[in-house]
Design a protein around this ligand. Structure first.
Ligand SMILES: N[C@@H](CCC(=O)N[C@@H](CS)C(=O)NCC(=O)O)C(=O)O
Length: 200
């Protein structure tokens, strides 16, 4: 049994979608977080070391933080859901690369752009910039229907989740619009959205 520490309309929303797609045995613990508008507060019952979400706890005692790590963990825990190529399967390299590219490059770059810091030479050397990131994403989606290949994988929760949160954080291109539509039509997402808000 998995427990997801979740706050509505946050990075943990896409993890509910992941758990639904995986067919996981899970429950949701709704917690509060500080919001950018000044509302909300860290929740004492959230076991995340910094009181962030998502945070996933397995009843065997394992705990996982960071969205990309949670995607990797859950997809591997439920291989029958087909959300990840097996370690020995062709396509695994592309898949894990996109999980880590999301966490290691896409998240920083969109935030540097958002906060208008993207022109610093050191940042550009390390992460490149928005143009390079857009070219990588667009190149992948021109080549195949999903970010890591012809099949929907756990890497798609991260990319799609970003576009659902703020469409302008992904390349402005009809290919990306079609990709977001394709992913958003999955029945598991509709189920997840019904669980996003804390039940009354
Ligand atoms: N890199 C982390 C970021 C987690 C994160 O920043 N989550 C936000 C919600 S979208 C949060 O918990 N904010 C509350 C806070 O920073 O205290 C991940 O991808 O899981």
């Amino acid at each position: 049994m998995l427990t997801l520490y979740h706050s509505p309309q946050s990075r943990s929303s896409r993890i509910i979608w992941l758990l639904e797609e995986a067919g996981a045995d899970y429950k949701i613990e709704y917690v509060t977080i500080p919001r950018q508008d000044g509302s909300g507060a860290p929740d004492p019952k959230n076991p995340h070391p910094e009181k962030k979400v998502p945070f996933l706890v397995n009843s065997n005692g394992d705990a996982v933080f960071e969205s990309a790590a949670i995607c990797l963990y859950v997809a591997d825990l439920y291989p029958q859901a087909g959300l990840a190529p097996r370690p020995d399967e062709k396509g695994r390299g592309e898949y894990v690369s996109w999980l880590f590219y999301y966490a290691g490059v896409i998240e920083p770059v969109v935030h540097f752009v958002f906060f208008d810091l993207g022109d610093h030479e050191g940042l550009r050397r390390t992460f490149r910039g928005r143009a390079e990131m857009d070219a990588r994403i667009l190149g992948a989606l021109e080549a195949h229907d999903y970010i890591a290949g012809d099949k929907f994988t756990a890497a798609d929760f991260l990319i799609t989740g970003l576009g659902q949160f703020a469409r302008q954080m992904l390349p402005a291109d009809p290919i990306v619009d079609a990709y977001l539509k394709r992913c958003s039509e999955r029945p598991a997402l509709a189920r997840a959205l019904k669980k996003d808000a804390r039940p009354a």
